[in-house]
Design a protein around this ligand. Structure first.
Ligand code: NAP
Ligand code: ZN
Ligand code: ZN
Length: 351
């Protein structure tokens, strides 16, 4: 029998959350039933629910940074057992056959991976995300959260963590490499921690110096305010890699000018309108402009293990289920330090 579970539902674009219930499917042979303990709030939740990236599916239960405990498994499940600490990220299925799925890059599935929410399973059923008490997911799309990382600080790793780990890994951040992280919000602060643990020399480029002490504590070697004109002059031709986590359009040419010969600017922030830049900014130093989207299942597990090994979790502010609308406004105002995480135990308290 499908299970009815508590969830936070937004009925339409820009509508406040309501406590309601959603149906979770009866677990199939390969399914894992997860009691969700914590769900992170990603800026992508807001972009989608406010239709900043185009039309969305409603009613919507956002949430793709999920951490919890296995409460039941199907007969065919071999990777997980009841009681295991697990996570779910941005997708819950993919075609498993295309060249990208075969290579472990399921996030670039050619058929289109099934998003954790605001999407449809291949059988047409809508998907509902992590702002909820429980979820049912095929074991191949479930991650193991290693001992040593608490579930609350682990939740944001499932999107923010992997979204930074994957490009840092791909473009080989490490000793001898100079990496700049643009924007120190949910994604950015994970980028500082991970790039620093990889051994790179890390610089934060933030709008102001207000979070400088935190940045240094997360492992940044240098911290600059982009509001200061001198910053761009001083850092010209400096970086091997600039990772841009900002959700708004930036003056891209100025940021490209910070790359040294052969340097790459990777965009992980996704503004709602196109960026503009001059080809000369690339040609001048054989620079590259790139983008990156989350990470595959194997790489996400590698990232979780890396974080456990290096004692890395997200810096979080834990909130109750009735606080989400206010938290979203604070994310939009860049007033987040550094990820909001919803404690789903608060579904059980009166509203
Ligand atoms: P966030 O917590 O809001 O962080 C974004 C940061 O960007 C802010 O904290 C702020 O940092 C800076 N910023 C905000 N507005 C700015 C402006 N107008 N000019 C310059 N800097 C500004 O958001 P997030 O959850 O990290 O997500 C960031 C973006 O990544 C969103 O677009 C999201 O949809 C996208 N995303 C992409 C992927 C992917 O796979 N590619 C995955 C997850 C999220 P400072 O105060 O330090 O300047
Ligand atoms: Zn996300
Ligand atoms: Zn595929």
């Amino acid at each position: 029998m499908p299970q009815t579970v508590d969830a936070l539902v937004t009925p339409g674009p820009k509508e406040p959350f309501e406590r309601r219930t959603v149906e979770r499917r009866d677990p199939g042979a390969n399914d894992v039933v997860i009691d969700i303990a914590f769900a992170g709030i990603c800026h992508s939740d807001i972009h989608q629910a406010r239709e900043e990236w185009g039309e969305a599916l409603f009613p919507m239960v956002p949430g793709h940074e999920i951490a919890g405990t296995v409460s039941a498994v199907g007969d065919g499940v071999s990777k997980f057992k009841v009681g295991d600490r697990v996570g779910v990220g941005c997708f819950v299925d993919s075609c498993r056959e295309c060249e990208n799925c075969q290579a472990g890059d399921e996030q670039y599935c050619l058929k289109g991976e099934v998003p954790t929410y605001n999407g449809k399973e291949y059988d047409g059923e809508p998907t509902f995300g992590g702002y909820s008490k429980a979820i049912v997911v095929d074991e191949n799309y479930v991650l193991n959260i290693p001992e040593g990382v608490e579930l609350d600080v682990a939740a944001p790793l499932l999107c923010a963590g992997i979204t930074l780990y994957s490009p840092l890994n791909h473009w080989e951040a490490g000793p001898g490499k100079k990496v700049a992280i643009v924007g120190m919000g949910g994604l950015g602060h994970m980028g500082v921690k991970i790039a620093s643990a990889m051994g790179a020399e890390v610089t934060v480029l933030s709008q102001s110096l207000s979070k400088q002490e935190d940045g240094k504590r997360f492992g940044a070697d240098h911290y600059y305010a982009t509001s200061e004109k001198e910053t761009f002059k001083e850092l010209r031709n400096s970086f091997d890699l600039v990772v841009n986590t900002v959700a708004a359009n930036l003056p891209v040419d100025k940021y490209l000018s910070l790359l040294k010969l052969n340097g790459t600017m990777v965009n992980v922030g996704i503004p709602d309108s196109p960026d503009n830049f001059h080809a000369f900014s690339l040609a001048a130093m054989r620079r590259s402009m790139a983008g990156s989207k989350i990470g595959g299942i194997r790489e996400t597990q590698e990232m979780l293990d890396f974080c456990a090994e290096h004692g890395i979790g997200a810096e979080i502010e834990t909130i109750g289920v009735d606080d989400v609308d206010g938290a979203w406004d604070r994310v939009v105002d860049s007033d987040v330090r550094y990820r909001f995480v919803i404690d789903t135990a608060t579904f059980d308290s009166a509203s």
